[in-house]
Design a protein around this ligand. Sequence first.
Ligand code: MG
Ligand code: ZN
Length: 237
Amino acid sequence: MCGSCGCSEHDHLSSPERTALEVKERILSANDRQAEVNRQLFNRAGVLAVNLISSPGAGKTFLLEKTAEWTGGRLRIGVIEGDLETDTDAERLRSVGVPAYQITTGQACHLDAFMVYEGIQHLPLEDLDLLFIENVGNLVCPAGYDLGAHLNVVLLSTTEGEDKPAKYPVAFRCADMMLVTKWDLLPYTDFDFRKAAALALRVNPKLRILKVSSKTGEGFPEWVSSLEEKGSEVWRG
Ligand code: MG
Ligand code: ZN
């Protein structure tokens, strides 16, 4: 985990700890201001911005490839990719015709609003309908950073433990939607969907839950229509 995300904030702080906490609060409020700037840029350009959060390997990039396929010809998609080191995910998306800009975060295990702002400069925002921000694969700190997105989506795959909403409640509490990915693999796993859904709804009763398979396309009509539903608020402006 990175220094800026911090861990638990103790009641009895020594003065160096107190200083560290003050620094963290300053970073967060600067981030929130930048997130607001990003949000205004998205609104002005008429772009729906969607922040994707998950553990590594939950299928974020595959979801985006397939989403581009399912919306092809109707919605113009761009992607900001966050990864620690490599730019293979952006390359993968560009190879299927999706404009994608890679941010390699180095040490930082999350994207912040400033990194997203930098990414925006490299994409044809005015020509897009949808901008996906694929966050760094991590369920911990990405949830603590407002990026200016209109929609926060958390992915949980059937190959993971269904108790993740209980273990990482903040990521699920901050999300508007949860996608249960790799639904086609369900018969080969011990994943208990009802338990996962119940745990997620316990931390966030308003969470909308969809089952999707990027492989078979199951759940994509619902996923795409929920994007269009949310997008209509931004696009008509
Ligand atoms: Mg990826
Ligand atoms: Zn982090």
